[in-house]
Write a protein that binds this ligand. Structure first.
Ligand code: NAP
Length: 256
């Protein structure tokens, strides 16, 4: 299947490592030009090397609206267009009801959510011109809960709501908006989370045993494959959808 992504300019927040890194690498394989918005220099440089000049790194940690505005401006100044946006950057920071505070909650929601809106807002005129697509990376925790992480979950749930909301608002421009819900993907973020348990190996084996398809984690490349498909014209009649790429973790009977 030819995805026709050659020369398409796609922004990926958190595009240097983990799921975002796999999306950037997958896009390079398709001939697209990833714009990696991520502070991680070493990992971004590795991707830039593979891209042989056909990628852009914007080394910032998105926080304020000005960060997002500048990232869009730099992209357009260098590459002249935007064909897609993958909102992906985020971290499960464990701000709960008991182990948090109103201030920490507001900060966690802001860190995990606001830049999704900012990037979409500032990229919009370019996405209108290209009839581009947006993919929001959410999490199965938005629909299952996790416990002890109210800020992150509030942001992940809002990303699902915004996916529907933007899909509706952007219908007139033929801009498609979809969300992917990963469950268990072994990324640098996941690794540091698993290391927080007293017996990480045991915890990992326990989680793997509950993943219905193959009793294994989803690979970052498997999330990337869905994201890249959704960005492509082959997904031309898919919008407003929440897609679970999770080996059946969320919906199948985990006792099986
Ligand atoms: P990861 O391994 O930590 O990679 C995320 C990348 O984004 C890192 O390079 C990180 O840099 C960067 N980043 C974080 N905040 C940023 C910001 N504000 N601006 C720019 N870059 C930023 O995380 P991941 O596991 O791939 O997670 C990616 C997305 O998938 C997140 O939205 C997460 O909620 C979602 N997700 C992941 C899983 C899973 O099992 N891994 C499950 C459900 C949902 P630093 O390392 O320097 O912070």
């Amino acid at each position: 299947m030819n995805l026709n992504l050659q020369d398409k300019v796609i922004l990926i927040s958190g595009g240097a490592k983990g799921i975002g890194g796999a999306i950037s690498r997958g896009l390079i394989e398709e001939g697209a030009i990833p714009v990696i918005i991520d502070p991680s220099e070493k990992e971004a440089n590795e991707i830039l090397k593979i891209a042989q000049g056909r990628a852009l790194h914007i080394p910032i940690r998105l926080s304020t609206e000005e960060d997002a505005r500048l990232a869009i401006q730099k992209t357009v100044d260098s590459l002249g267009r935007i064909d897609g946006l993958v909102n992906n950057a985020g971290a499960n920071d464990g701000v709960g009801l008991e182990n948090g505070s109103p201030e920490a909650f507001a900060n966690s929601v802001s860190k995990n959510l606001f830049h999704y809106y900012y990037l979409a807002h500032f990229a919009l005129s370019y996405l209108k011109a290209s009839k581009g697509a947006i993919v929001n990376i959410s999490s199965k925790t938005a629909v299952t809960g996790q416990g002890g992480t109210s800020g992150y979950i509030a942001a992940k749930g809002a990303q699902l709501a915004l996916t529907r909301e933007w899909a509706v608002e952007l219908l007139p421009y033929q801009i498609r908006v979809n969300a992917i819900l990963p469950a268990e993907v072994f990324t640098p973020m996941y690794e540091s989370w698993i290391q927080s348990f007293p017996n990480p190996e045991e915890k990992l084996a326990e989680i793997n045993s509950r993943i219905p398809l193959g009793n294994r984690m989803t690979r970052a490349e498997e999330i990337a494959a869905m994201a890249i498909f959704l960005l492509s014209e082959k997904a031309s009649h898919i919008t407003g959808q929440h897609l679970y790429v999770d080996g059946g973790y969320t919906h199948l009977d985990r006792a099986l």
